[in-house]
Design a protein around this ligand. Structure first.
Ligand code: SAH
Ligand code: F3S
Length: 487
């Protein structure tokens, strides 16, 4: 029986660490062990770091005990994510007793948030490197080799790593992430990201296209364009998004927004499947939805976090849209792309949230009936506006109960959505063997729903038409009826 292949979608993603290894270069003599936590951007950044360090003589390893350098790419989004990292540091400490030459570096959002304080709080740490400082790693490693601690947490106005070709780590060879923006200017009051990843800047479309073309040449079939807030992508020749007004008329006239970037990528590789994440509803425009409808290779799936269904709470969160405007956006998506899947992020128990506000969240969910969701209890983050201005006043038990109610509704809706696929024949891109059965492939349809089916003669990377016969709330189960026309 094959069940709930993708149920981990609902699990807090920041709790999952993952180690990475790649094809190694024989000339390299030192061993790098790199572990990543948190968002997709962190996993993508670790590929950039591995690429930079491959040139410095490091091969990656998955065996912690043999590492010369241990790097942990950290997440600060919720307190639990930080606790997980601190637990890992304890483990590294134990390993260091048998491997005293081992050096430990922290990368990512916790590095940026805590800066050199990290060195005092965690004696095991030799090096602290923020998300915009990875190109300085060769110098920082030289410092720690010479016995000094090293810190670089400078946030940049223009670093996008556009010129670093990421090494694809632990890749299935089929799907890849391509980052298009860094940082975020939205300042949602609960969110630490604007502090840890800096101001928003976009990457040159030419370097994005080059990376996509290169991935296609190497056999990849699907890419996800990544950013904290992809709909706000804007290239006008470089520089921060907030400085666009100061750009010349010429720069403005030739600028590329997100809808245009989607078109450029879709046309450059018409057989490549294209996804993107994440969209903030306040920045998503109709031309993006129209571009999705126009190009068959742009997948019919939008991750559209709303966080709350209450207008009062949305305002307190500095989410710059109302419940009604969100419904209008949902209606437009459904009108333009009737079979578009939509997923959410929700926060239960934001400061001052009343039972009535919570009911608004539940009723919003009933209206949208999301296909998937990522749901969290509010976690106060140091330095955010919510932490400075609002008391974290919702008791833990209440947050937990509200979160549970949200999760239960989501599970019901996920099942409602998977049931709609029964009897249909859908194109699936095969990503690998099903976790539950060696005899089955696992892939996704355009809507990003996991599909499993008997392997037969098909192989990883094939586009296959699959007839859907059964489903759980998270997985579709079917049988292949032949290659799709895209194969
Ligand atoms: N734009 C980002 C959002 C980053 S955070 C992206 O690309 O995914 C991902 C989700 O974590 C948010 O949508 C929100 O639901 C949740 N989150 C962020 N800060 C939080 C906090 N302080 N407490 C609980 N959940 C939080
Ligand atoms: Fe965070 Fe809001 Fe940006 S959730 S990443 S500040 S869009």
């Amino acid at each position: 029986m094959i069940k709930d292949e993708s149920v981990e979608k609902i699990i807090d993603e920041s709790q999952q660490g993952s180690t990475l290894a790649l094809e190694n270069n024989d000339n390299n003599s030192r061993k790098l062990y790199i572990e990543s936590y948190g968002c997709q951007m962190n996993f993508s950044d670790s590929e950039i770091v591995a690429s930079i360090l491959a040139k410095e003589g490091f091969n990656t390893t998955q065996i912690l005990d043999e590492a010369d350098l241990v790097l942990v790419n950290t997440c600060s989004i919720r307190e639990k994510a930080e606790q997980t990292v601190r637990k890992r540091l304890e483990k590294f400490n134990a390993v260091k007793k048998t491997n005293p030459g081992m050096k430990v570096g922290v990368l990512g959002c916790m590095a940026e948030r805590l800066k050199s304080k990290f060195l005092e709080e965690e004696k095991i740490v030799d090096m602290v490197v923020g998300p915009d400082a990875y190109k300085d790693l060769p110098n920082l490693i030289q410092e720690i080799d010479e016995g000094r601690n090293a810190v670089n947490v400078i946030l940049s106005k223009d670093e996008t790593y556009g010129d670093v070709a990421p090494v694809r780590l632990n890749s299935n060879g089929v799907t890849a992430f391509v980052s298009i923006t860094r940082g975020c200017d939205n300042m949602c009051t609960f969110c630490v990201v604007p502090f840890t990843r800096g101001r928003e800047r976009s990457r040159d479309p030419q370097s994005i296209l080059q990376e996509v073309n290169d991935l296609w040449e190497r056999g990849f079939k699907e890419i996800t364009l990544l950013g904290q807030n992809v709909d706000s992508y804007l290239w006008y020749g470089g520089g921060l998004k907030k400085d666009f007004e100061k750009a010349s008329d010429m720069q403005k006239a030739t600028s590329v927004n997100f809808a245009k970037l989607l078109e450029l990528v879709a046309e450059a590789q018409p057989k490549m499947r294209i996804r993107f994440s994440t969209s903030n509803p306040q920045d998503m425009t109709l031309d993006v939805i129209e571009a999705m409808a126009k190009y068959e290779n742009i997948c019919n799936y939008i991750h559209l976090p709303v966080q709350s269904g209450s207008n009062r709470i949305l305002k307190a969160m500095n989410r710059l849209h109302t419940r009604e405007e969100y419904f209008e956006l949902i209606d437009n998506i459904r009108k333009i792309i009737p079979d578009c899947a939509i997923s959410q992020d929700m926060i239960a128990g934001f400061p001052t949230e009343t039972e009535e506000d919570h009911q608004d969240t539940l009723s919003l969910m009933e209206y949208v009936k999301y296909d998937f969701g990522f749901m969290f209890a509010y976690s106060e983050r140091p330095g955010t506006l919510a932490e400075r201005k609002l008391e974290d006043d919702i008791p833990g038990a209440t947050k937990k109960r509200r979160l549970q109610e949200i999760i239960e509704i989501q599970q019901r809706h996920s099942h409602y959505r998977t049931l709609q696929h029964l009897g249909k024949t859908e194109e699936v891109l095969i990503e690998g063997t099903s976790k539950k059965s060696d005899a089955h492939w696992m892939g996704r349809n355009s809507q990003n729903t996991v599909v499993v089916f008997p392997k037969e003669h098909y192989k990883v990377g094939d586009f296959v038409n699959v007839k859907i016969n059964e489903c759980t709330s998270a997985t579709l189960i079917g049988e292949a009826v032949g290659y799709s026309k895209n194969n």
